[in-house]
Design a protein around this ligand. Structure first.
Ligand SMILES: [Zn+2]
Length: 105
């Protein structure tokens, strides 16, 4: 399978892809090209990733306020990524352990 078909946007610093196991109607991953160890290591990169995530969200036609954005880094990987998820959280992949707890507002 060619990963290019899942790419939504690219820049010199990151790639925006469709999540292969979406937890909502729209679920993007913003992957930094550079490996970083912590959220605080490269703030301009995080800002750029955030902007790219919002750009991908806009492509859906939904207002960006209808998306949750959250950074994630697995302990086993140094590559930080940003999840951009539409707030419907409606997906067959959302069974069992992948359920999100909704934040109260
Ligand atoms: Zn993740």
């Amino acid at each position: 399978m060619d990963s290019a078909q899942y790419q939504v946007l690219t820049s010199d610093q990151c790639v925006v892809m469709l999540d292969l196991l979406p937890v909502a109607a729209f679920h993007f991953l913003v992957l930094s090209k550079k490996e970083i160890d912590s959220l605080y290591e490269d703030i301009p990169l995080l800002q750029h990733m955030h902007e790219m995530g919002l750009e991908a969200a806009k492509k859906t036609g939904l207002p960006t306020e209808r998306f949750d954005l959250g950074y994630h880094q697995r302990l086993s990987q140094r590559r930080l990524h940003l999840h951009v998820v539409s707030r419907d959280y409606n997906s067959p992949h959302l069974r069992g352990k992948f359920k999100f707890k909704k934040a109260s507002s």
